[in-house]
Every structure is written in C-alpha cells, then in structure tokens.
Design a protein around this ligand. Structure first.
Ligand SMILES: Cc1cc2nc3c(=O)[nH]c(=O)nc-3n(C[C@H](O)[C@H](O)[C@H](O)COP(=O)(O)OP(=O)(O)OC[C@H]3O[C@@H](n4cnc5c(N)ncnc54)[C@H](O)[C@@H]3O)c2cc1C
Ligand code: HEM
Length: 370
C-alpha cells in the first residue's frame, strides 16, 4: 500500500461511523453553494441511497495509481455528461467533500490527510474532465423499447433501439434511465449482444429487492416506451490478438456481457477453446440456458457447464461457479472473464488466485450496488 493510500484509508476510519450524517452535511454544503445542482439528483433522495459521496470515496480509495485507472476515469467523466456536470461543479463537490471530512474528523484531522484527499480528488477530477471534454458523442441517447420479455419472476430481457447510432464494444456496459418511471435515476447494465447492423441492444435485468430502476425495468416498462442511455464503459472486452483459450465465469444476469463476448466470438473464432461456467441459485435462474446449449451445439469450440448453488435434486454441478471451474482445471494458460454480483466476483477472484491464474489474465467489472 502506498503512503497516499494509507493516509486516505486511515483518515476515512476517523469518520466512517458517522457516514450518514457526513453525507447529509456534504449534500447540504453542495446545494447551499449551488442550489441548481439539486436538480441533477433523483427527486426522492435519501442519504442512504445517494450514490455520489460513496462513489467518490470508493474511487479515491481504490485509485492508488490513477494512471492505471485512466481509462475508467475518462469513461466516468464522459458518462457524467448525462448529469450535465460542468467543470465548476467539480470544484463545488471537492470543496464540500473536504469541508465535510474536516468537520467530522474534528481535531484528529491533520494537514497530511487534507493534502492526500485534495491531491487524490484533483487527479481524479482532472481525468474525468479530460474524458468529458474529449467526447464528441451526445451526452445521452434516446432509445425505444422494441421488445420486453419476462424470463422468470425477477428477470426480463429487453431489446432497445437507440434513435442515434451508439457505438460500443461487446462486453461493455452503459447507464440507463427510465424518465417516465424514475427521472434522474441512472443505473448501469451490460449489453448482452455484440454490435448489430440495426443498432439494437439486448439487456438482461434482474429486479432486486426494493430497488428503484431494476424493478421498473422488469415489471413496468413495456414495448414502445422510451429510455435514455449514456456512454458505454468497461474494460471487459476481447483481446483478439490473444491465442489463449478462454474461461467465462458468469453468475445470474452477469451472463449478459459474457453473452455479448460469445456473440463476438461466433463471428471469427475457429481456434480458441471456450468454456462457460454459468451459475445461479437454482434451475429457474439459469434463465438463458436453452439458448446457450443451442450455441454449444452449433460451435464445437464452446462448452457450457451450468452450476446451481442451492437446488436440491439438481443433477448437475453444485456450489459456486468458481468451485465448479476448479474441478475442471488446471487453467493456468487461459484468459478469464468474470461477471456477476460483487460477492460472486470477489469469491471467484480468490479462487482463481488459489488456482494460480495470473491476475493480469483476468477481466472483470463488478456489479457493485452503490
Ligand atoms: C458494471 C455493472 C454492470 C451491471 N450490469 C447489470 C446487468 O447486466 N443486469 C442487471 O440486472 N444488473 C446489472 N448491474 C446492477 C445494476 O446497475 C443495479 O445496481 C441494479 O439493477 C439495482 O438497481 P436499482 O435501482 O433497482 O436498485 P437500488 O435502488 O440502487 O438499490 C440497490 C439495492 O440496495 C437496496 N437498498 C438501497 N437503498 C435502500 C433503502 N433506502 N432501503 C432499503 N433498501 C435499499 C435495494 O433493496 C437493492 O437491493 C450492473 C452493475 C454494474 C456496476
Ligand atoms: C471525483 C469526482 C467524482 C467521482 C469519482 C464520481 C463518481 C460517481 C459514480 C461512480 C457515480 C455512480 C454511478 C452512476 O450513477 O453513474 C456517481 C453518481 C453521480 N454523480 Fe458523480 N463523481 C464525481 C463528481 C461529480 C460531480 C462534480 C458531480 C456534479 C454535481 C457529480 C454528479 C453525480 C450525480 C448527480 C450522480 C447520481 C447520484 C444518484 O443517482 O444518487 N459527480 N458519481
């Protein structure tokens, strides 16, 4: 851990337990200083659900080496154009962040901590702004829902068509908003197909708990509705120069980007063996299995292993996807792609480390839920 990261983590522990109050103070500082900023956030905004403060703290603490995260931060900056963020807002937010930290850490706050947060925030903000400035695409795309299909109680597959062309790569994700249901509530979803000539995009959405957008996308959105989409992001794309065989680990709707990558592979692959371990709690949640099996019959290089973690009487592989994959190894010379909930991604990365898969060969974009 670098000195900078140590200072950031150490100083956050001083205020961590007061997070909710700190968040309230943080937003109050922003909105007092620039009342127009309030209109950029969801209408009913409670502090526990608010995403900005948590996102900044996570980004700052994770970004030990901002150069490594260059592409992510530039993408995030491009993506922030959907909120209509301008450079002045970064100053307001940065100041509110520092004021809040100082206020809540009180006399334990030191000059070193202050400098560390300012430096980290400035580097991140600069990279995000550079990403936004260099982007000549629209800040968002209007898209029509062409079809909406319920695949299980909680899962729907939507096909949408952006009105203007939206370029992306298989494996990437984009943000989505349903202005008719939840204005200004944006969440990220992976595109489930490689780019098509007619521009349509598929999304696999699972409605989670009392979640705002996923519930609306699964249960309320219908054919003909208009959604808004924002800039594609994510690094889970195929390296076409690699000759290594591939292992995909997908949990639940984490299948979505993997399906897009399979779609791309079917257009050129002849030589790389591809193994997909697709896991869910029970059979019902293996919602796309029939399609995957048809694909495996058509392409001899593809094998599919379905896995259930909690399904009595299921005759197939049991446990987590990573446990199932370990039974089929060794996999030391393969490229890995991991996609699913944060818990699934974390467990899989740990298992892959035990299997001695080099970290540099693993691609993932965790489905975090802040
Ligand atoms: C890179 C990436 C790709 C993704 N791709 C996909 C995908 O392809 N398909 C997919 O389905 N999802 C995907 N996700 C997840 C998706 O972005 C959303 O997080 C998910 O749909 C939940 O959004 P929501 O608005 O419905 O829930 P939110 O309103 O954000 O709530 C999230 C969770 O927190 C709980 N919660 C939050 N606040 C409260 C509160 N005040 N009281 C009680 N409970 C609360 C909710 O019950 C819920 O479980 C992806 C995420 C990432 C980061
Ligand atoms: C270091 C700077 C920043 C970082 C790392 C950051 C990061 C993020 C991330 C990761 C999200 C959640 C993902 C999403 O919903 O797309 C988010 C949400 C958001 N950000 Fe930023 N952001 C920064 C600065 C700003 C600034 C300056 C503004 C302008 C006011 C802003 C406005 C928003 C808004 C409105 C949301 C949605 C909040 C919600 O849905 O509750 N962000 N930010």
């Amino acid at each position: 851990m670098s000195d900078l990261q140590r200072l950031l983590k150490e100083s956050w522990t001083l205020v961590e337990e007061q997070q909710d109050r700190l968040a309230g103070y943080f937003y109050a500082r922003i909105f007092l200083r620039n009342p127009a900023v309030r209109d950029m956030f969801p209408m009913t905004m409670d502090v526990q659900r608010s995403r900005l403060l948590g996102a900044i703290v996570t980004a700052i603490q994770a970004v030990d080496d901002p150069e490594r995260f260059d592409e992510y931060l530039r993408g995030l900056g491009r993506d922030h154009r959907k909120f209509q963020v301008v450079p002045e807002h970064y100053e307001v937010v940065g100041k509110a962040l520092l004021d809040s930290l100082r206020t809540f850490a009180r006399d334990q706050w030191t000059y070193e901590y202050d400098q560390a947060w300012r430096d980290a925030y400035d580097v991140i903000a600069r990279k995000m702004l550079a990403g936004a400035e260099s982007d000549c695409n629209p800040a968002w795309w209007h898209a029509e829902v062409m079809s909406h299909e319920r695949r299980s109680r909680d899962i729907a597959v939507l096909t949408v068509r952006p009105i203007q062309q939206l370029e992306y790569r298989a494996g990437q994700y984009i943000s989505m908003e349903s202005p008719a249901h939840h204005p200004r509530v944006w969440r990220t979803y992976s595109v489930a197909n490689a780019p098509r000539a007619n521009g349509t995009m598929d999304f696999h959405v699972r409605a989670v708990g009392v979640g705002w957008l996923s519930g609306a996308l699964v249960r309320r959105v219908t054919k003909g509705d208009m959604l808004r989409l924002a800039a594609p992001m994510g690094s889970m794309v195929l390296d076409r120069r690699s000759t290594r065989d591939i292992v995909f680990l997908a949990g639940g709707t984490g299948l979505s980007p993997i399906k897009a990558l399979l779609d791309e592979l079917t257009s050129f692959n002849r030589t790389r063996w591809v193994h997909l371990f697709f896991g869910a709690r029970d059979r019902q949640d293996l919602y796309d299995l029939p399609y995957l099996q048809t694909l495996a019959e058509a392409y001899p290089w593809l094998s599919i292993v379905p896995v259930c973690s909690h399904d009595r009487g299921w005759g197939g592989e049991e446990g987590t996807v990573a446990e199932a994959a370990a039974r089929y190894g060794p996999w030391r010379d393969h490229d890995f792609f991991v996609s699913g909930s944060p818990a699934m991604v974390k467990t899989s990365l740990r298992a892959l480390a035990q299997m001695q898969v080099p970290h540099g060969r693993i691609r993932y974009d965790a489905f975090n839920d802040h």
